[in-house]
Design a protein around this ligand. Structure first.
Ligand code: FUB
Length: 374
C-alpha cells in the first residue's frame, strides 16, 4: 500500500465515520461533527488521481453506483443507481442519496466500451414511491425484463418495486403498488438452475432492516445486543409472473467457521447491505457489504437458503464510504462490478461504477481484490 493510498483510505474511512455512516445512514452520530466535515468536503470536490486505481470509471458524464450486472442474450447490462447532487443536507436516513431515476448501461469486455442507454425509469412514474431510488437489479423471464428497485413509499418506509419492459434497456413500466410484504433495500434477484427466481434483500441503518425485527415496521431502531446474532439478509421466492413474493421472506443465516452465527458486533464480517448471490461449482456464494467497515465479504453454502459460512473478503475498502458490487460470469471469465468515489473526489453520495476481473481458486475461495494500485 502506497503512502498516498494509505492517506486516501485513512481520510475516507475517518471521514466515513463522520460523513456517511452517521449523517447519511442514521447511525448513532455526533451530528455537530458531521455537519462540519460534510460541508468542508462538499466545498472542495477534487477528483482522485486516476493513477491510484486498478480500474477507471465506466462512464464519466454522470455519477453511477451500486452496479448490478446481468448477462442477457449474451451481453452484459449494468443496472446502477444514478447518483445526483440534490442539495439535500439533512442528517440521517440516507437523505443525501436522493436519486430520481435509473439509467441502464451495457459493457463490452472485449473492447472495454460502455454504452449508456438513457433513462429507463423515473421516480415520477412510480405511483407508490416518494423518494430515494436506491440500488436496483434486473431479471429476465420468457423474453420479458424486470427491474427491481427500492424506494421510500409515501410514508417514508422503504419497500421494493418492480417495473417491466420488453427490452433489457427499458423503458420500464412500474407496477402501481410495491411488492406485497417487501421492505428494506437492495434487492438482488438470483435465478437458480431450475429457472426459479429468488429475491435476496435488506440493509441496516438507513436501509431500515433493524425496524422489522418484530415482523412489522416499528419506527424505532432495534439492533441486536452484543451477544446476539447480527441482523440477517432476507430471501423470498418470486411468483411465476415475477411480480410478487410467493412466500414470506426468510432469514439467511451467516455462520463463522465454527458454525456459530456472526454477531451484530462483528462489524468486519456481519451483513450490512448490498447482498449478491452467484453460483460456482455447485455452491452458492452470498457476498455483501459490511457497511461501516467497508468490505465486500463472502460466505458459501450448499443450499440457496443457507446457512452460509463466512469465507473471506472479495473487495477491500474502496475510495468513498459505501462499497457495493455484483459478480457475473461472461463467457469463461468472472467480473466484479463495483463503485468508488474517484470522480467526485471522495464524496459519499457521488459515485462511479467500475469493473475488474474476479478469480476463484481451485478450493472455491475468491482471490481478494484491492482496487488501489500498489
Ligand atoms: O445507493 C444508495 C445506497 O448506498 C445503496 O442502496 C446501498 O447499497 C449503498 O451503496
Amino acid at each position: 500500500m502506497t503512502n498516498q493510498h494509505q492517506f486516501l483510505t485513512a481520510s475516507v474511512i475517518a471521514g466515513s465515520l463522520l460523513i456517511a455512516g452517521c449523517q447519511d445512514k442514521s447511525a448513532p452520530a455526533d451530528t455537530a461533527a458531521t455537519s462540519t466535515a460534510a460541508s468542508s468536503i462538499a466545498a472542495a470536490p477534487t477528483p482522485a488521481d486516476p493513477a491510484l486505481f486498478i480500474s477507471q470509471p465506466l462512464v464519466t458524464d454522470i455519477y453511477t453506483a451500486d452496479p448490478s450486472a446481468r448477462v442477457f442474450n449474451g451481453k452484459i447490462y449494468i443496472y446502477p443507481s444514478h447518483d445526483i447532487e440534490t442539495g439535500v443536507t439533512t442528517d440521517g436516513e440516507g437523505d443525501k442519496f436522493d436519486m430520481k431515476d435509473y439509467r441502464v448501461l451495457s459493457y463490452d469486455p472485449a473492447t472495454g466500451a460502455t454504452t449508456d442507454h438513457g433513462e429507463a425509469l423515473n421516480l415520477k412514474d412510480v405511483p407508490w414511491a416518494s423518494r430515494q431510488l436506491w440500488a436496483p437489479d434486473a431479471a429476465e423471464k420468457d423474453g420479458k425484463f424486470f427491474l427491481y428497485f427500492p424506494a421510500k413509499n409515501k410514508g417514508g418506509i422503504f419497500q421494493m418495486g418492480v417495473a417491466t419492459s420488453d427490452s433489457p434497456t427499458g423503458p420500464f413500466k412500474a407496477e402501481p403498488e410495491p411488492i406485497k410484504g417487501s421492505f428494506s433495500i437492495d434487492p438482488t434477484v438470483f435465478k437458480d438452475d431450475d429457472g426459479a427466481h429468488y429475491m435476496v434483500f435488506g440493509g441496516i441503518w438507513g436501509g431500515q432492516l433493524q425496524r422489522w425485527a418484530s415482523g412489522s415496521y416499528v419506527a424505532e431502531d432495534k439492533y441486536p445486543a452484543s451477544n446476539e446474532p447480527a441482523l440477517s439478509p432476507k430471501i423470498a421466492k418470486l411468483s411465476d409472473d415475477m411480480l410478487q413474493f410467493s412466500e414470506p421472506p426468510k432469514d439467511i443465516q451467516i455462520l463463522d467457521g465454527a458454525g456459530v452465527p456472526l454477531l451484530g458486533t462483528d462489524t468486519n464480517r456481519r451483513f450490512f447491505e448490498g447482498a449478491w448471490v452467484h453460483k460456482f461449482n455447485g455452491k452458492y456464494y452470498l457476498s455483501y457489504s459490511t457497511g461501516d467497515t467497508h468490505f465486500i465479504a463472502y460466505a458459501i453454502a450448499d443450499n440457496l437458503y443457507g446457512p452460509y459460512t463466512h469465507k473471506g473478503i472479495v473487495l477491500t475498502p474502496v475510495f468513498g464510504w459505501t462499497n457495493h458490487h455484483s459478480i457475473v460470469q461472461h463467457n469463461d471469465k468472472w467480473y466484479l462490478f463495483y463503485h468508488d468515489s474517484q470522480l467526485s473526489g471522495g464524496q459519499t453520495h457521488l459515485r462511479n461504477v467500475k469493473v475488474t476481473e474476479l478469480t476463484h481458486n481451485d478450493d472455491g475461495t475468491i482471490n481478494t481484490i484491492d482496487t488501489y494500485l500498489d
